[in-house]
Design a protein around this ligand. Structure first.
Ligand SMILES: Nc1ncnc2c1ncn2[C@@H]1O[C@H](COP(=O)(O)OP(=O)(O)OP(=O)(O)O)[C@@H](O)[C@H]1O
Length: 807
């Protein structure tokens, strides 16, 4: 039995090692694959004729159109060209086409099926509205939202283009007139807007479309927001899945799908769903050069972020129009009311409002009677107010596509505008529970989190990767916070922190416990049951740093997500991720990029101020994180000042390389590193133990952490000058722990004493004790270890000696 047990232990140990190696290889594979893809994209970019009009390609297996053939569609020698030109000027009152518009119009007029991927506000609508005006009969336009239809119809009416819509709330009378008109030889309207639900549910509509098709009166099928077809798209709508019927029934009618945010895999899916093949895809660069992108860290105190937003609106965006996006209907009401309290003309907008109220709010905002609209994502697609100077996200979006779409409401007049997102730790998990049911919801959310967490990569480059676009960082033109503060970050080794977090989660597994992100943060910061506190290594990082480390570990798969469902709610937990085992390997390290403490905060300049010589752009303060709200910055600044008073010149060194010259730490709040020596040396060179310190109740670990620097104590003030080089700066918390450890150690010593007396059956004699005490006294623990490691190491040695005695 014993042999079997022994072998089992060794097999298990070996297995563990193999698992670590497998995980390491998998990590390597992921890195290599992503590098390979980046290189392939680079090569593809170098060979393609990309410009602002990036490419014309087919998302499916169908062959792409040749460059020459494609260029032909930029011309004006088609039979419809004259009419197109004339209507552009006379009907739409525009003088020239924007990039890709003419190509798209010529392609659809020549009967090709087409996907047009163009950033928000670039003018996709013209690419189906102008052909509709220039064609016989009417065009069918499938649109996801009634509000979108209303906007378009309002606009078309204003330029005298006849357009109608059919949706669930259309009266019977209206529906009858529209359907009758569809088959007339001179159709009374040029565009018919319908929802996908109408196509799926109205047999009458389908039969009328059939008649119109046969009468050659159905000129085009337009699918607006075409990404909604795909289950991989961010706005997947099941009824869009049924739109394949249109191309199956009316194969000769050209289809044009429009979207601002579809990746190639989404388009592939759309192609299948819509039953089109040989589709030409025109992709314009996603880049909107007039938008300034910025990420700010959201204070856990909601008031602080509201104050920050309010102050932005009242100063930087004084008298300007903008949108504040929020997470929920409740947030929309609350944030709008908070802004109103701060004398800002703001109104809420969300799906649960009365349609009449929604229209009223929208109208007032469009006519500048309300300056700020505080909205959920219900307010988005099709909003075409040209002078939106800012789009602030009070909560991060659920994906990059969503963020791009929502922030894209800004600056549609081509003038500078700002897109600011407030990124908060707890918001990640609120959204996570919301998107858990979505196909790739978690993955998309983490990409958005990665966008926010990034301190070194251009925000545009992150979007470019997401939208499969080859990107040159120069294209940003310093119009994002990371480019504007390019060297404002340091690389930090967080391996030890990662091990501590993993240890807490392992302990939770042992105790059959699940930890929410908040619980994990608190546990790591030393809150929670005393029993747990004793068993884990508490961190001295500040709360924002703790949160940043945890998010990084989640992004890097050292941590994973776990959900539990009740009939009323979904709960989010953190668990060990696939790469957690790698941390068992001593040679494995985890490093991340973090905002350095030096330099100007990203939040200090906007798109408008970027080129303003009046604005002072010299570094004026020390920042801890990406553009914290001023209140938070002040708090952190205060901490830093305290710190610098204590540590003086060492701070510089520690910020760059971490305590002791290593690259361990990044911010001042993290400089309390415990370097324990149980024995200290007297002036005379004799070794003596650390004096027990009296327990001070006021110095709870929490309090000590809140003000880590003011309680810094020198372990032994009586050290001689020679031993000062080894002196350890430890906080009261650490000193307290050390005292506890010492008393524990003494108890063990007494136990050994007792055991040794019993075992050796000798009268109480100092000789036995001396033989243990001396080696114990001379224990010199390695530098740069934590208290818990010290305790473990001590205990191993103490029990080793006890075993010796037992023999
Ligand atoms: N060729 C052009 N010249 C000048 N302005 C144009 C041109 N084409 C479109 N616009 C204007 O650009 C604005 C945005 O156009 P449009 O609403 O079609 O954008 P979009 O790409 O559909 O955006 P979204 O995806 O947000 O719906 C409109 O005000 C439109 O009048």
């Amino acid at each position: 039995m014993e042999d079997a047990q022994e072998e089992l232990d060794s097999v298990e140990a070996e297995l563990e090692m193999v698992e670590v190696q497998v995980a390491e290889l998998l990590q390597k594979q992921t890195e290599l694959t992503s590098r390979k893809n980046a290189l392939l994209r680079q090569l593809e970019g170098a060979t393609s004729s990309s410009s602002s009009a990036k490419s014309a390609k087919s998302p499916g297996a169908s062959p792409s159109m040749s460059k020459q053939e494609m260029q032909r569609y930029d011309g004006t020698g088609f039979q419809w060209s004259k009419s197109v030109e004339q209507n552009l000027k006379d009907t739409f009152r525009l003088s020239t086409f924007r990039p890709l518009q003419l190509r798209a119009i010529n392609l659809t007029m020549s009967g090709r099926d087409l996907f047009l991927v163009m950033p928000t506000g670039r003018g996709k609508s013209l690419c189906y509205q102008l052909p509709a005006v220039c064609s016989k009969g009417s065009s069918l336009v499938v649109t996801p939202l009634v509000s979108l239809m209303e906007d378009q119809i309002m606009y078309l009416k204003s330029i005298d283009v006849a357009a109608v819509m059919l949706n669930a709330s259309s009266s019977r009378e209206h529906a009858k007139t529209v359907m009758a008109g569809m088959t007339e030889s001179k159709c009374p309207f040029k565009l018919l807007y319908v929802t996908p639900e109408k196509i799926a549910k109205s047999k009458l509509l389908m039969s009328r479309l059939e008649k119109a098709y046969k009468a050659d009166q159905l000129s085009r099928i337009t699918v607006d927001e075409v990404h909604c077809c795909s289950q991989w798209g961010h706005d997947f709508r099941p009824d869009y899945k049924l739109l394949g019927i249109l191309k199956r029934q009316f194969p000769k009618v050209p289809l044009i799908g429009l979207t601002a945010t579809a990746t190639s895999s989404v388009l592939k899916d759309c192609e299948k769903i819509l039953c089109v093949s040989q589709t030409v895809t025109l992709t314009a660069s996603f880049n909107r050069t007039n938008l300034y992108y910025e990420v700010r860290i959201k204070d856990c105190d909601n008031d602080a972020s509201i104050n920050d937003i309010a102050s932005l609106i009242k100063t930087r965006y004084k008298d300007q129009s903008g949108i504040v996006y929020v997470f929920s209907q409740k947030d929309a009401e609350a944030v709008a009311s908070e802004l109103q309290k701060r004398d800002i003309s703001a109104s809420a907008y969300h799906a649960n409002m009365d349609p009449e109220d929604k229209s009223q709010v929208h109208r007032k905002w469009t006519t500048n009677k309300i300056r700020v609209i505080v909205a959920t994502v219900a307010f988005g697609m099709g909003i075409d107010k040209p002078d939106v100077r800012f789009v602030v996200h009070h909560t991060i979006s659920k994906s990059i596509e969503n963020y791009y779409q929502e922030s894209g409401r800004a600056g549609r007049d081509g003038r500078p505008a700002d897109c600011i997102v407030y990124y908060g730790f707890s918001d990640i998990f609120r959204i996570s529970t919301m998107v858990v049911m979505e196909n790739v919801g978690q993955k998309k959310l983490l990409t958005m989190v990665d966008y926010c967490q990034s301190v070194d990569r251009c925000r545009r480059s992150l979007m470019a990767v997401h939208f499969d676009e080859v990107w040159d960082n120069k294209g940003c033109g310093q119009m994002c916070d990371t480019c504007r503060h390019a060297n404002d970050y340091v690389t930090v080794d967080i391996t030890q922190h990662a091990r501590q977090v993993v240890q807490i989660l392992e302990l939770a597994v042992t105790n059959d416990e699940k930890l929410t992100p908040l619980k994990l943060v608190e546990a790591w910061m030393g809150k929670g049951p005393a029993k747990r506190r004793k068993m884990i290594q508490m961190t001295l990082l500040s709360r924002p740093q703790v949160e940043a480390v945890i998010v990084q570990l989640l992004l890097k798969s050292y941590l994973g997500e776990d959900f539990s469902f009740t009939p009323y709610a979904t709960y989010f937990y953190l668990k060990l991720g696939p790469k957690a085992a790698l941390l068992k390997n001593n040679s494995h390290s985890v490093s991340v990029k973090m905002k350095s403490t030096e330099g100007r905060s990203a939040s200090d300049t906007s798109a408008a101020e970027a080129n303003d010589p009046e604005v002072d752009q010299t570094p004026d303060h020390v920042a801890l994180d990406n553009g914290c709200p001023p209140q938070l910055k002040q708090k952190q600044l205060k901490e830093q000042k305290n710190m610098s008073r204590t540590h003086g010149k060492n701070k510089e060194q520690e910020l760059k390389h971490g305590p002791g010259g290593s690259r361990e730490s990044v911010t001042a709040a993290h400089v309390v590193e415990v370097d324990v020596e149980i024995n200290t040396v007297n002036d005379d060179g004799a070794s003596r133990p650390v004096r027990p310190c009296s327990k001070r109740k006021s110095n709870t670990p929490q309090k000590a952490r809140r003000n880590p620097c003011t309680n810094v104590a020198l372990v032994d003030a009586h050290r001689g000058a020679g031993s000062l080089s080894r002196a350890s700066l430890i906080s009261d918390t650490a000193a307290e722990e050390l005292c506890e450890l010492r008393s524990y150690y003494s108890k063990q010593l007494r136990r050994i004493n007792y055991i040794s007396h019993e075992c050796l059956a000798q009268p109480a004699a100092s000789g036995v004790l001396a033989c243990i005490r001396e080696p114990l006294r001379s224990l010199r623990l390695p530098r740069r270890v934590t208290i818990a490691q010290t305790a473990r190491s001590l205990w191993t040695r103490v029990s080793g000696r006890r075993k010796l005695l037992h023999r």
